[in-house]
Design a protein around this ligand. Sequence first.
Ligand code: HEM
Ligand code: HEM
Ligand SMILES: [Fe+2]
Length: 475
Amino acid sequence: MLTSIKNNHLKYESQKLGMMYFRVAIILFGAQLLMGLIAAIQFMYPSFLYGVFDFSVARMVHINALVVWMLYAMIGSVYLMLPDETGIETVGIGLGKLAFWVLTAAVTVVVLVFIFIQIGSGTESSIWFINEGREYLEAPRWADIGIVVVVLIFYYNVFFTYMKGQRTGIMTVMVANLMALAGLYLAGMFFTDNISMDQYWWWWVIHLWVEATWEVFVGTLAAYALIKIIDAKREIVEMWLWIEVLMLFGSGILGLGHHYFWIGTPEYWWEIGALFSSLEPVPLVAMFVHVLYDWGKEQGANGERPVIKNGPAMAWLVTNAFGNFLGAGIWGFFHTLPQVNIYTHGTQFTAAHGHLAFFGAYATILIGMMYYGVQRAHGIEKMKATFKSKMAITLIVFGMLGMTVALTIAGYEQVLVERAELGAGWDAYFVAQALPWMKQAMGWRTVMGVVIFVGFVYLVWDLLTIGSKESKENN
Ligand code: HEM
Ligand code: HEM
Ligand SMILES: [Fe+2]
């Protein structure tokens, strides 16, 4: 996939551009994992790379690379599906390509600046040129504005193609949802001196992305992918999609309240957050049922085993249905009531949920889309999983589950010792950090990180080779 595919079977420029987005996404995914490993080692040996590559920088690049690779893979998926759904080449695709290069150059500059200027005081000019200091969205302001311009071009591509071509239900949801997704970014663009206010708006991006607009986004991807991979019926898939949209927005928007418990916002958020965020697992169950139902239904219709046109993509799609439900639904629900969150807030429990949710809900389906892109680029009718595909999914999933267990144990220890027993003070934090349960958990997290990284190597290797192997077999 990373090499330019010689006999490219993609008819549309839009789809070729989609593949370019995928290439950068996978490189950034690799960078994310390396940064995670460095940060994990620093948890065990705090002096590791101290003064050379500090924990604060490793952690920051880890989570920013996460967000950026996912956005790349999401944009790539849209350029891939757009001609299929609308029946035409993407409008203004030349501009779309230019935007890709501008965005990629900007991302490179931002990362280099993060690495070269690691410490210093926060001033107006550091906000503009170095770091805006808002977790997950740390890009400096010049880049923020650049991102808005690039996204406007992307949206212009999508919207005008939709207006000109055929309009499917999937694309209608996509176009409306993308507007909300992009619009929300504006809420997180500007740092404000009042920390309560700053956090208030910052959550509009973070929460309303991952628990509303990104969820709807992957709903549309799953709908499209199920039609392509197992010939699911469009009417059924679209019916599910509309139900999911209703439920996701119904619970996710006011579910925002679960981040407003302790930041200085009025107390009525306790009730609002508790109620609506508790309902959030419901649409996730629906999405889970949706994938399995469609799959089972196709099986029933033929009276035999279902024809899966892309083995690895389908495996990742099913992992997505489970992962979204477990990571976001279950691990999210655990700590969403204020009565629980007062103990778990900001512990490793949060990190356990953050890892499993981002992985389960988003990484999985985006990897699935990459496999689907490879299949299309090589013009393969039916793509079967290889040994490498199986190693990749097994190691990555096992590693992520193992890491989640380790972090959950660490979080549990913090809740019992640091919060409940010792009263959540400064000293209590350090006592809890030094206990064996914490140290062992941090060790296991690192081990599991290595497992994930080995799985990632298999993944890249597979994406690079599976297409040519399969197309040779097909000829
Ligand atoms: C795919 C969807 C989701 C993703 C990617 C996700 C990710 C995250 C991440 C990364 C954080 C930590 C934020 C920080 O750095 O402070 C977080 C916090 C939180 N999430 Fe989720 N989440 C998802 C869905 C959910 C759901 C459905 C619920 C509840 C049912 C939930 C409940 C919470 C709560 C209560 C917190 C605050 C934790 C604390 O107080 O420390 N999340 N989430
Ligand atoms: C090699 C594998 C990985 C390792 C070793 C690793 C390690 C780490 C470390 C050490 C942190 C900082 C935690 C802290 O400040 O307490 C972190 C944060 C985070 N990582 Fe990873 N990570 C890995 C893979 C991933 C993956 C695959 C994802 C998502 C798909 C992810 C998402 C996150 C998120 C969302 C946070 C912020 C969590 C929070 O603030 O609660 N990581 N990771
Ligand atoms: Fe949330």
